[in-house]
Design a protein around this ligand. Structure first.
Ligand code: HAM
Length: 455
C-alpha cells in the first residue's frame, strides 16, 4: 500500500487512568442505611455539574448533523434479542457474554441494546427507507448496555452518538464518515488519530482466515486460552485480543490487506486517496478487525493521542457493513457508519481542559416580598422569560436580604424588587447591583426598561 510508512504496530493495552470528576457543588450523600437503594454496578448518575459537557457534546453532534445533512432518528432501547444476535454475530463477545437479555411478561426474549447500528438498519428496512432518495443519512444518540467488567472508560450503561449512511456503496461515503468523526473530535477539543484498515468482503476473508489459523496454530503455546477458543470458533477475533502475552504472535500475524481482492483493494485505495486529499491524517492499522461481525471492507477507530498514559481505549469506531441489511432479511443495502462513546470523549475533554460553554448567566434577579408580591412575581417572571431576558428568582425565600445575597452570588446586573407597596402602586424597583442605585418604574414598563438597560 502507498501509505506503508504510516503503518504502526498496535501498542499493548495499558490500564486506563480514571478521570476525576470534581463536582462544582459539593453533593452531600445522605447517611447510608442498609436499606438505602444503590446504583447497579457499572451504571452511574450524570450529575448537574457534568451536564455542560453533555450539552456541548450533544449540541456539537446536532450542529455536525445539520451541516453534513444527517437526520435524527430514535429507536427503542429494547429490541428482540434475535436482532442483535443476527446483526452483531453469535460468536462475538457482545452476544456471547455482554447482553442484558431477559424474557418479558409475554415470554418474548428481549435485549437492552448493546449498540444501535442493528436497530438503525432494522428501522431503515421496516420503514421502507430504501424507497426515498439514497443515501439515507441518520444520526442518533443515547444509552447502550453491555454487561462488561466495569473499569475506567468502560461501563455497563454508556452513551453513544452515531452517524450512519445507508444506501450508498461508494468509497466517498467511508471517507466522509471518517472526516466527519475527525472534525467532530477536533471541534470538541479532543486530540485523536484515526486508525484505518480494510477487512475486505467475505470472499477475501476466507483465505485470510486460513493464513491466520496457520500462523496461530504454529504458535499455539504462546497465546491465551481465549485466543485458543477464538481460533476454533471465529479466527478473526484473535486480532481483537488485548492481552500482552498474545501481542508478539499478533504483531507477526498475516495482514488482511495482503488478501484483498481487486475490488476491495481499489475501494480501500480510493478511501485513502480522499482522506489524503482532505488532509485527514490516518494510521494504517493492518490488524484492526473490529469486534462485531457485520463489518466488511473499511473499518476504523478513533484513538486518543497524548493525555494521560493509559487512556488507550477507542473513543469511537465504525466501518462499512454492506451485508447487514441482507443478514436481517431485508433487501441488500450498502451502508457504513460510526459511533462515539460519549463518556470516553467527555473524559478526554475534561483531561484536556477543553473549553466548554457555560449556560448563559442570568442578568436579572427577581426578588419578591410578601404573599401578594410573590403571586404577582410568578407572572412577571414568565413575562421576563417570554421576552428573552434571562432571569433568576427564588420564590420560596421570604427575606429580601437572603434574596439579595443570592442575586449577588449569581452576579446579575440588576435586581427587580417587587414588594407589597409596589404591587399596590403598580410599580417595580430596579436596583443596579454594582452601584446600588435604585429606581422605580411602572410595572407595565419594566420589560421595556430592562431591555433598554441591558442593551
Ligand atoms: P463499538 O466499537 O462496539 O462499535 O462501540 C463504539 C464506541 O462506543 C467505542 O469506541 C467506545 O467509545 C464506546 N463504548 C463501547 N463499549 C463501551 C463501554 N462498555 N463503556 C463505555 N464506552 C463504550 C459499535 O457500537 C458500532 N455500532 C459502531 C458503528 C456504527 N459501526 C457502524 N456504525
Amino acid at each position: 500500500m502507498a501509505k506503508e510508512k504510516k503503518v504502526i504496530k498496535s501498542k499493548p493495552p495499558v490500564k486506563e487512568v480514571p478521570v476525576k470528576v470534581v463536582p462544582k457543588e459539593k453533593v452531600i450523600a445522605p447517611p447510608r442505611t442498609s436499606s438505602a437503594p444503590e446504583l447497579l454496578r457499572g451504571m452511574r448518575d450524570i450529575l448537574p455539574a457534568e451536564q455542560k459537557y453533555w450539552r456541548f457534546l450533544r449540541k456539537t453532534a446536532e450542529d455536525f448533523a445539520v451541516a453534513y445533512g444527517f437526520d435524527c432518528i430514535e429507536t427503542p432501547i429494547m429490541e428482540p434479542t434475535n436482532l442483535f444476535v443476527r446483526a452483531v454475530g453469535k460468536q462475538t463477545d457482545i452476544v456471547e457474554k455482554e447482553m442484558y437479555s431477559f424474557d418479558d411478561q409475554g415470554g418474548e426474549r428481549v435485549t437492552l441494546r448493546p449498540e444501535a447500528t442493528a436497530s438503525i438498519v432494522r428501522a431503515y428496512l421496516s420503514h421502507g427507507m430504501f424507497n426515498i432518495p439514497q443515501p439515507v443519512k441518520l444520526w442518533y444518540e443515547g444509552p447502550m448496555f453491555r454487561y462488561e467488567r466495569p473499569q475506567a472508560g468502560r461501563s455497563r450503561e454508556f452513551h453513544q452518538v452515531g452517524f450512519e449512511i445507508l444506501g450508498e456503496a461508494k468509497p466517498a461515503v467511508d471517507a466522509e464518515l471518517i472526516i466527519v468523526g475527525n472534525a467532530f473530535l477536533r471541534a470538541l477539543g479532543v486530540a485523536a488519530s484515526v486508525q484505518v484498515n480494510s477487512i475486505g468482503h467475505a470472499g477475501c476473508r476466507e483465505p485470510f482466515k486460513a493464513a491466520l489459523l496457520q500462523h496461530y496454530r504454529a504458535r499455539r503455546s504462546e497465546i491465551c486460552e481465549d485466543c485458543k477458543r477464538r481460533l476454533t470458533r471465529n479466527p478473526l477475533r484473535v486480532l481483537d485480543c488485548k492481552i500482552p502475552e498474545c501481542q508478539p504472535v499478533k504483531n507477526s500475524a498475516p495482514q488482511i490487506v495482503d488478501h484483498l481482492c481487486d475490488d476491495c483493494r481499489t475501494h480501500f485505495m480510493k478511501v485513502l486517496e480522499i482522506l489524503d486529499e482532505a488532509d485527514v491524517p490516518y494510521v494504517l492499522t493492518p490488524h484492526l478487525v473490529r469486534g462485531l461481525d457485520y463489518y466488511g471492507r473499511t473499518v476504523f477507530e478513533y484513538v486518543p493521542v497524548g493525555g494521560e498514559e493509559g487512556a488507550q481505549s477507542a473513543l469511537g469506531a465504525g466501518g462499512r457493513y454492506d451485508g447487514l441489511a441482507d443478514i436481517l432479511g431485508g433487501r441488500a443495502t450498502p451502508a457504513a457508519g460510526f459511533s462515539f462513546g460519549m463518556e470516553r470523549i467527555i473524559a478526554r475533554m475534561r483531561e484536556a481542559n477543553a473549553p466548554v460553554p457555560e449556560l448563559p448567566a442570568p442578568s436579572i434577579f427577581l426578588a419578591q416580598l410578601g404573599e401578594h408580591a410573590r403571586r404577582k412575581a410568578f407572572a412577571l417572571f414568565e413575562k421576563l422569560r417570554a421576552a428573552g431576558i434571562r432571569s433568576a428568582a427564588n420564590f420560596s425565600k421570604e427575606s429580601l436580604k437572603q434574596q439579595m445575597e443570592i442575586a449577588g452570588k449569581l452576579g446579575v446586573r440588576y435586581a427587580l424588587i417587587l414588594g407589597q407597596k409596589e404591587v399596590l402602586e403598580g410599580t417595580l424597583i430596579i436596583r443596579d447591583m454594582d452601584s446600588g442605585v435604585q429606581e422605580i418604574v411602572g410595572y407595565e414598563k419594566a420589560i421595556e426598561e430592562l431591555r433598554r438597560k441591558l442593551g
